[in-house]
Design a protein around this ligand. Structure first.
Ligand code: GLN
Length: 387
């Protein structure tokens, strides 16, 4: 191909030029290149997926390889609605209020494209999961980051001031990259301000079943929130099927009706065999979920102790499977992460990728990997310490 291309007009719409690539996925590529143990992108090991869920997907390929209706397989939407009623006491009509998407990221993008007009303010808490920023930019919204780095707490005055200029608030709970679980009183504050300022709330609850504190409540359990909230969540983390790309959006009918328009024309439907397997997954017994959190809690403690032993300064999370970790010295976070890959053979994500702009003095490790892999990563860090 000719290079540069023989197109003389500027290439790239205003919407995407200047947008950065995902640093999380870049770190995974860098880890592969240097044969490093990947504790950057939150990817579980293959053996984490429950065997009967995998089997259900294999069986479904023989019988169910065509489109489902665009909102998702009816039996799957029903089991999702039943489980959310059971887990959170909130009823969603599976016909009109549950939409199966191609991953939770699609749920978030479809929601923002359908509910955010150009110029609308969108609040999110920083550090932030990186994909909210492009999702708001795709919609032409105005970014309103609120920094919670110090103390990982919501500042009521900052939230109130931001809300006066906003239409939408994105709440990731448990929170990636910090593993923070917002307290019930913080969620009540969000509910009060969202109601007073008439905000639509978009929650990303993909880590809702990976929680290590009794203090966890889902935002939709807080008075007044469910009726103005689009819940975006999915199968990836709960059942360790990140590559299946099955998410779902739960929202009152008027909100669901709008996001369904974008979903319909962008992804048509989520992969059918994996929706079938989703019926099996969401029918797993209750102890599956208790075991999931218990198993990640063991890995959290192992990584936390191990990082401290090698002279790093991690923050112990209450949910999700990430650990914000400070390091001694004055290397910039990207340089530190690149040296970790090249010199220690372990990949993490530079903290700055979780901010709208600027640098950070920490990196994020994941403990989504099995214990043997975490042990090996800790050995490598101990043997190749450059900090
Ligand atoms: N959610 C996962 C993470 O934070 C992976 C998503 C991604 O590829 N960006 O690492």
């Amino acid at each position: 191909m000719p290079n540069p291309p023989s197109i003389s007009r500027p290439i790239g719409s205003e919407r995407v030029t200047g947008m950065r690539e995902s640093v999380i996925r870049e770190m995974t590529r860098e880890a592969h290149k240097h044969d490093a143990i990947n504790l950057s992108q939150g990817i579980p090991d293959e053996d984490e997926t429950p065997a009967r869920v995998k089997q259900a997907a294999k069986d479904a390929i023989d019988t169910s390889s065509q489109y489902t209706i665009t909102w998702g397989l009816p039996e799957f939407r029903q089991v999702i609605a039943d489980q959310y009623a059971d887990w959170k006491g909130v009823s969603y009509d599976s016909e009109t209020e549950v939409t199966v998407t191609s991953g939770t990221s699609e749920a978030i993008v479809s929601t923002l494209l359908s509910l955010c007009d150009p110029g609308d303010g969108v609040i999110y808490f920083e550090p932030t999961y990186e994909s909210y920023i492009p999702a708001v930019q795709f919609a032409g919204g105005t970014l309103i980051p609120l920094d919670i780095t110090d103390g990982l707490e919501i500042d009521p005055d900052a939230l109130q001031a931001a809300a006066e200029d906003a239409s939408i608030l994105i709440l990731n709970h448990p929170h990636n990259p910090t593993g923070n679980v917002f307290t019930p009183s913080e969620l009540e504050l969000v509910a009060d301000i969202a109601t007073a300022e008439d905000l639509i709330v978009v929650t990303d609850e993909i880590y809702e079943h990976i929680v290590y504190t009794d203090d966890y409540v889902s935002p939709v359990e807080v008075d007044g929130l469910a009726e103005r909230t689009v819940v975006c969540t999915g199968m990836s983390k709960t059942y360790s099927v990140t590559g299946w790309r099955v998410g779902f959006a739960l929202a009152p009918e008027p909100l669901s009706a709008e996001l369904r328009k974008v979903h319909d024309y962008t992804s048509i439907c989520a992969p059918t065999p994996f929706q079938n397997a989703g019926v099996e997954a969401l029918s797993l017994p209750d102890d599956y979920y208790a075991d999931l959190s218990a198993s990640y809690e063991r890995r959290r403690d192992k990584l936390y102790d191990g990082l401290r032993d090698v002279g790093l300064d991690p923050v112990k999370p209450d949910g999700a499977y990430y650990m914000l970790t400070r390091y001694p010295g004055d290397l910039d976070d990207t340089e530190f992460a690149l040296r970790l890959i090249r010199e220690a053979g372990v990949a993490a994500v530079p903290g700055s990728s979780f901010y709208t702009e600027g640098t950070a003095d920490w990196v994020r490790f994941t403990f989504s990997r099995n214990e043997a892999t975490i042990d090996e990563a800790l050995d490598r860090l101990a043997q190749n310490r450059f900090w």
